[in-house]
Design a binder for this molecule. Structure first.
Ligand SMILES: [Zn+2]
Length: 110
């Protein structure tokens, strides 16, 4: 993927995440915008919002890291093994920091 288009996609993701995080942190407009089906869930609304906020915050950090790698010229290389991250993976997840193998290893460790 071209660095320019990667940057555009990452910046758009960042803007979307900032918006979501703002909503999750308690924009009152989002409170009434909920379907009745959610009411029976085990998780309270606050817990669910907190879980989504955690995910969005982690992804925002990943996007910022990817933009930093673009600046440094290391974008598109796995941060663990330095091999190129496959094009298709970057298309699907422009913020991906690792190749599939290293990401898999990392997730198995958890
Ligand atoms: Zn790797």
């Amino acid at each position: 993927m071209e660095a320019t288009s990667a940057r555009e996609r990452l910046q758009k993701m960042l803007a979307d995440l900032d918006r979501s995080i703002g909503v999750l942190r308690g924009d009152p407009r989002s409170v009434n915008d909920r379907s009745p089906a959610d009411a029976g869930s085990d998780l309270s609304d606050a817990d669910r919002a907190q879980a989504m906020l955690t995910v969005a915050t982690a992804q925002r950090r990943a996007v910022l890291d990817a933009l930093k790698r673009l600046d440094e010229g290391t974008y598109g290389r796995c941060v663990d093994c330095a091999k190129p991250v496959p094009e298709g993976r970057l298309e699907a997840r422009p913020e991906a920091a690792r190749c599939v193998q290293c990401q898999g290893k990392r997730e198995r460790r958890r």
